[in-house]
Write a protein that binds this ligand. Structure first.
Ligand code: SAH
Length: 488
C-alpha cells in the first residue's frame, strides 16, 4: 500500500523525478525540491506527519508512520527542515498502518491520523505528551525513573461520529452553492455531505440548509471578492435532549427569504429549536462576527452532562465530544479532591461547565471567562440547576484573578482550562501567590502545558500525574488533565 489512502498510486502526482545523480547540497541542505529520497521514519509531528532523516536533514513526510522506511518526494525545503510526500512504502513499521475508512481523507484537512490504528493513536498521543513534558517542561517522568505519572490515554470505545458540532464553510462550486471543508493547505472549499467523525444528525441538518439555500437562490460568499452572503453554516446537536441549533453566518444583515428558508429547513428536520444569524462582514478566517440574532425559535439549546443541564448559545464554547467530556471533567473533579469545605477558582470557565461540576463538591466556586455571552450562559446554567454557590465574572483571567486576590479570596484549589496558548504569565504568578494546595490544569496543548508546569514547579508545586484524554480521535489533538500539589 502506498500513501495513506491506499488508493493513490505511487508517485502519480509527480512529473519531476530526480535526475538520478546526487544533487549538490545547497546551504547545507542535502536535497532539492522534486527529488526522490529514501528515509526511515523516526517520529510523528503533532500534525500527523512522519519525521524522517536524510543525511542529517529533517523531512516531514506526509502519510508516513514511525518505524516505516519510505520513498518520498521532496515538496519544499527550508534551512532546518523540509517537507516531503510519501510515494512508496518500502518497509512496514510496527504494523500500525490501516486503510483510512473516509473516502476524502486524502484531500480533507480535518483528520490527520486515520491511517494509524486507533490503539496506536492513543499510544502515540501519550508519548507526545511525555516528550513535551520532558523536553519543554524538563520534568522527570515515571517512564524514565522520575515521579511524574503519565497515564495511558483514555480513548473511546467507538471513536467515530463523535462531534456534536459542525462548522461548514460555504462557497461557490460548479453547480452553484457548495459547502464542505477547506482542501488541505488551501482556501478552496470542497463539497462534502458525509464526515465520519461528525454526528449523523449534524450531517442531515447541514444538508437540509444547503438544499434550502440552493432552492431559494441565497448567494454563497466569495472569499476572493468579499461578495455574496452565506459564509458558514454552524450546527449543533444536543445528544441528551435531541435539540438542534443552526447558525447562519452571513456577510451582511439581510437574508432574502429568511422565513421561507427557516420553513424549508424545519419541514425537513425535526428537532430544530433555534435558527440564528451571525453577521460577519470582515475579510477574515475567523468564523463568527460580533452580532448574533435569533431568526426563529429559541436563543439557546439545552444539553446535559452527568446530570447537569447546560444552555448553549450560538457563540459559547462547549466541548464537542460529549462522551469524552464526562471523562475529562470527571478527572478534573477527582484531582480537585473536594470535601465540601473548599473555595475553588475555575479560570477560563467558558459556560461554567467545569465550575458547576466542582460546585457540587465545594463550598464556593468562582469562575472567570473573557466572553460575556459565555458568562451569561454560566449564570443561567447555575440557576437552572439550582446551584447557588457558584459566582461568575467577565474579563481576562489574568486581570480578574489578581482582583479577587486583593478582595481577600483565598482558593484551596485552582482549576485552569486555557486556550492553546496556555496561561498568561500574570495568571501563573498570581496562582503562585495565592498558594492553593492543589492546581488542576486542563490543557488542549501539550507544549504550552509543559511550559506552564515548569513555571509552577519552579514556583513551589509538584506535578503528580497527567491524564491524557482523547477528545478528538483521528486528529493530532490531545487533551490532558494534570494534578499539581504544593510542595510544603
Ligand atoms: N472550561 C471550559 C472552557 C474551556 S475553553 C469548558 O470546558 O467548556 C477556554 C476558554 O477560555 C474559552 O471559553 C475562551 O473564551 C476563554 N478565554 C480565552 N482567553 C481568556 C482569558 N485571557 N481570560 C479568561 N478566559 C479566556
Amino acid at each position: 500500500m502506498s500513501g495513506r489512502s491506499g488508493n493513490r498510486k505511487p508517485g502519480n502526482r509527480s512529473g519531476r523525478v530526480s535526475s538520478g545523480g546526487a544533487p549538490q547540497a545547497i546551504n547545507g541542505v542535502p536535497v532539492v525540491v522534486g527529488q526522490r529520497i529514501e528515509c526511515h521514519i523516526v517520529g510523528l509531528t503533532h500534525d500527523g506527519e512522519g519525521v524522517g532523516r536524510f543525511e542529517g536533514y529533517t523531512l516531514f513526510v506526509r502519510d508516513a508512520l514511525p518505524g516505516e522506511r519510505v520513498q518520498a518526494e521532496v515538496v519544499s525545503i527550508g534551512k532546518s527542515f523540509g517537507k516531503a510526500r510519501m510515494t512508496e512504502l518500502l518497509e512496514s513499521g510496527t504494523g500500525s498502518r490501516v486503510a483510512p475508512p473516509c473516502p476524502i481523507y486524502d484531500t480533507c484537512g480535518g483528520c490527520q491520523l486515520q491511517h494509524m490504528a486507533y490503539a496506536e493513536q492513543l499510544r502515540w498521543k501519550r508519548q507526545h505528551v511525555v516528550d513535551n513534558l520532558v523536553r519543554i517542561g524538563k520534568l522527570k517522568v515515571a517512564d524514565d525513573g522520575g515521579s511524574v505519572i503519565v497515564h495511558p490515554t483514555i480513548g473511546m470505545d467507538d471513536p467515530w461520529r463523535y462531534r456534536n458540532k459542525a462548522q461548514v464553510p460555504i462557497g461557490h462550486g460548479v453547480g452553484g452553492l457548495i459547502g464542505g471543508f477547506y482542501e488541505q493547505g488551501s482556501n478552496d472549499i470542497v463539497e462534502m455531505d458525509a464526515c465520519l467523525i461528525q454526528e449523523v444528525e449534524n450531517e442531515e441538518t447541514v444538508r437540509a440548509v444547503k438544499e434550502a439555500a440552493r432552492l431559494l437562490d441565497i448567494p454563497a460568499y466569495n472569499r476572493v471578492t468579499g461578495r455574496g452572503l452565506l459564509r458558514h453554516v454552524v450546527v449543533r446537536h444536543a445528544r441528551t435532549t435531541g435539540q438542534r441549533m443552526i447558525v447562519l453566518v452571513t456577510n451582511g444583515r439581510d437574508i432574502p427569504h429568511a422565513q421561507e428558508l427557516v420553513g424549508l429547513i424545519r419541514e425537513k428536520i425535526a428537532g430544530v429549536v433555534s435558527v440564528c444569524q451571525n453577521v460577519n462582514t470582515l475579510v477574515t478566517p475567523v468564523v463568527f462576527g460580533e452580532e448574533t440574532r435569533v431568526l426563529w425559535g429559541e436563543e439557546v439549546i439545552y444539553d446535559e452532562i452527568d446530570g447537569i443541564q447546560f444552555a448553549i448559545s450560538p457563540r459559547s464554547f462547549f466541548q464537542v465530544n460529549p462522551e469524552q467530556t464526562v471523562r475529562l471533567y470527571g478527572k478534573a473533579v477527582e484531582y480537585a479532591a473536594l470535601t465540601g469545605d473548599e473555595t475553588v477558582i475555575d479560570a477560563y470557565c467558558g459556560a461554567g461547565t467545569i465550575s458547576l461540576f466542582l460546585a457540587r463538591h465545594a463550598d464556593r466556586v468562582y469562575g472567570v471567562e473573557i466572553i460575556p455571552e459565555a458568562i451569561e450562559d454560566a449564570r443561567r446554567n447555575a440557576r437552572i440547576n439550582g446551584i447557588q454557590n457558584a459566582e461568575f465574572a467577565v474579563g481576562p483571567a489574568e486581570v480578574v484573578m489578581p482582583r479577587w486576590q486583593s478582595e481577600g479570596i483565598v482558593p484551596d484549589v485552582i482549576v485552569v482550562d486555557p486556550p492553546r496558548k496556555g496561561c498568561d504569565p500574570i495568571l501563573i504568578s498570581t496562582m503562585l501567590e495565592l498558594r492553593p494546595s492543589r492546581i488542576v490544569y486542563v490543557s488542549c496543548n501539550p507544549s504550552t502545558l509543559a511550559r506552564d508546569l515548569r513555571l509552577l514547579e519552579d514556583g513551589g508545586y509538584r506535578t503528580v500525574e497527567v491524564q491524557p484524554v482523547d477528545m478528538f480521535p483521528h486528529t493530532g489533538h490531545v487533551e490532558c488533565c494534570s494534578l499539581l500539589v504544593r510542595k510544603n
